[in-house]
Write a protein that binds this ligand. Structure first.
Ligand SMILES: [Zn+2]
Length: 403
């Protein structure tokens, strides 16, 4: 997808006060394809879509890589519980996720990489960690673990209170109590083959399958040429996932990224939306119920990416009203000249810590002025293109009818 052209905007994107480089290697953690795409996912990927858009429109260049964890315990457990082949489950959920992202006009990553196709990369990375003394094998099983104590900055960079780390690791897929590990926080790199589980040739590692954190480290290093400039995901990935992946990248000699961005969590009925709680609202369900995807996109964009927020079913109606006003304004415009105050206003808002609510407010103000007959707003040369390029909403699109 190419963005509609806009006049040059000399706006400098910053995140949390940090000026972003012009060349950005962006890595976003993708889905484990067994239950896609709830609104928490959608809000996270929308965040990085806004990031790609503001960087691109202001003259930067982004290479964006995203993984798909197309083999892992939760996927295998769901497949076993539902009697579906894990490969079929993964393929169907990947397809659904891609369709949801396309409906929301989330720009696709430059490379979308599955772990199954990346096994040789993971094997190579794990073998190098073993050779460097940064990993070890548990004798009985042959499973390979990273030795976190070998990483001199592991504890200093811990993004959670040290006293909480072991409990959080256990809650989020870790195995702190596994006998034989050197440290409770050592994460699994390679799981040796077990009866009834999928496994691949691992060369010196023996047959098995990858751990989760090394998957992202190996894919990022290969497809971005080193540590990502920006690593992104939901805030539940800060620890252990991003922390462990960053540690693996350091141990592999790939250095440090510049920034990790964690999008807030979305809750429903007072609880964080999560697979384990089952309180999920899905993009596909809302769209099948007749929601306009552009309105859903605006409903999500109305929340700042850093904040945790709660989804209310009425949000989609409010967003639909906003979208209708914007479309009416777009219909009334009489573009002239070359300036675009609206493009500048939206870009300025997004450049300031991706402030999407402020960007939406700027479009509201423009629409209000257009509908009030304000000449400057009516003649903005690039208003419609700016909303499309920066906010991913095509105002010339025909409104989608409710079923
Ligand atoms: Zn990841």
């Amino acid at each position: 997808m190419t963005l509609p052209p806009l006049p040059v905007l000399d706006v400098v994107p910053r995140i949390g006060g940090l000026t972003l480089p012009r060349e950005v290697a962006l890595y976003t953690c993708g889905i484990t394809p067994y239950d896609a795409t709830h609104l928490g996912h959608a809000h996270t990927y929308l965040t990085f879509d806004h990031l790609v858009r503001i960087l691109t429109v202001t003259g930067g260049h982004v290479r964006h890589v995203q993984n798909v964890t197309d083999v892992d315990d939760p996927l295998l457990e769901r497949a076993a519980a539902t009697g579906v082949d894990w490969r079929e489950l993964a393929a169907s959920q990947v397809e659904l996720f891609a369709a949801d992202m396309a409906a929301l006009r989330i720009l696709p990553p430059d490379a979308w990489v599955g772990v199954v196709e990346s096994i040789p990369l993971v094997v190579d990375a794990v073998a190098r960690l073993l050779a460097a003394g940064a990993a070890y094998r548990l004798p009985a099983s042959g499973d390979v673990y990273a030795a976190v104590e070998e990483d001199t900055s592991f504890h200093e960079r811990l993004p959670v209170p040290a006293g909480d780390a072991v409990a959080m690791f256990a809650e989020r897929g870790g195995d702190p109590e596994r006998p034989g590990k050197r440290s409770p926080l050592d994460p699994l790199l390679w799981r040796a083959e077990r009866p009834g589980e999928p496994a691949w040739e691992g060369g010196p590692l023996g047959r098995g399958r990858p751990g989760w954190h090394i998957e992202c480290a190996a894919i990022a290093a290969h497809h971005l040429g080193g540590a990502p400039t920006i690593t992104g995901g939901g805030s539940d990935l800060a620890f252990p996932h991003h922390h462990m992946s960053a540690s693996h990248l350091r141990a592999l000699g790939h250095g440090e990224g510049v920034l990790t961005m964690h999008a807030g969590m979305v809750s429903l009925d007072g609880e964080k939306m999560s697979k384990s709680r089952g309180n999920l609202e899905f993009v596909s369900r809302l769209l099948a119920g007749g929601a306009d995807p552009a309105a859903l996109r605006l409903a999500l964009a109305g929340h700042h990416w850093r904040s945790d927020w709660e989804w209310h079913p009425a949000d989609i109606e409010a967003a639909r009203g906003r979208l209708d006003r914007w479309r009416a304004a777009a219909h009334a415009t009489r573009p002239a000249g070359s300036g675009s105050p609206l493009a500048r206003s939206i870009a300025t808002a997004l450049a300031d810590d991706l402030d999407s609510p402020a960007a939406l407010a700027a479009v509201d103000a423009w629409a209000g002025r257009v509908l009030a007959g304000d000449d400057e707003a009516l003649s903005d040369a690039h208003a419609v293109a700016a909303v499309d390029a920066l906010l991913g909403v095509d105002l010339q699109d025909r409104p989608r009818r409710r079923r």
